[in-house]
Design a protein around this ligand. Sequence first.
Ligand code: BG6
Ligand code: MG
Length: 235
Amino acid sequence: MTETPELKAVLFDLDGVLVDTSELHASAWAQMARSVGATPPADIKDQVRGISRMESLKIALGEDVSRFSEAELDEMAARKNARYLEMVQDLTSDDLLPGAGELFDDLDAAGVKIVLCSASKNAKTVLEGIGISDRFAAIADGHSYERGKPHADVFWAGARMVGAEPAECIVVEDAAAGITAALDGGFVALGMGHPELLAHSHHLINDLRDVDAASLRDIHAKHAAICNRRNGNDG
Ligand code: BG6
Ligand code: MG
């Protein structure tokens, strides 16, 4: 008989889950692409959700990417990042998305670890801006992985930091690539917002006000046995 693993940790994505920086990333990419005569895709905001900086650059430039040398691409990524960093300077604790603070308090009280798993190299700067750096038992960010989402590396890194197996964690994500990564990595995958992008999630919520520690335990219990079997732990 397969045992259902206990919920030990919740792995939160940052951009689009704890703070709405997706608009800022998209706008900084669009400005950069237009400045070199490229036309960014109309849905760039959704296309770059969860996607690493250099992969996002290719999306922003589209076919025009072939016009540029590696050095020019690096310079454009750096220029977009400088613009993005200017934008995030204005973030304050008011930008923490609804329900996040209450959920953190409830998870703390329930003894469930809170972990950040973000694709962004700017994650620590953004966490400081919104005043929640001290809420995490561990932080895995854009410096913690080789292969970006849809690979599971950043989630495996975060789970490892708190000594949890994938099937003992829930991932909370707003990006299609993030949900794919969580599923492939053997995690329970909770999609937030964007039902049209996240139909492959184990469970969908509108925002963090929809869950607390007890309901996350229920969602986890419903799906974790399957993740555990997929991870090769047949009990
Ligand atoms: C993700 C964002 O969290 O981080 C992406 O959803 C972004 O849009 C990626 O491209 C990498 O971010 P950064 O800050 O390292 O360029
Ligand atoms: Mg995100």
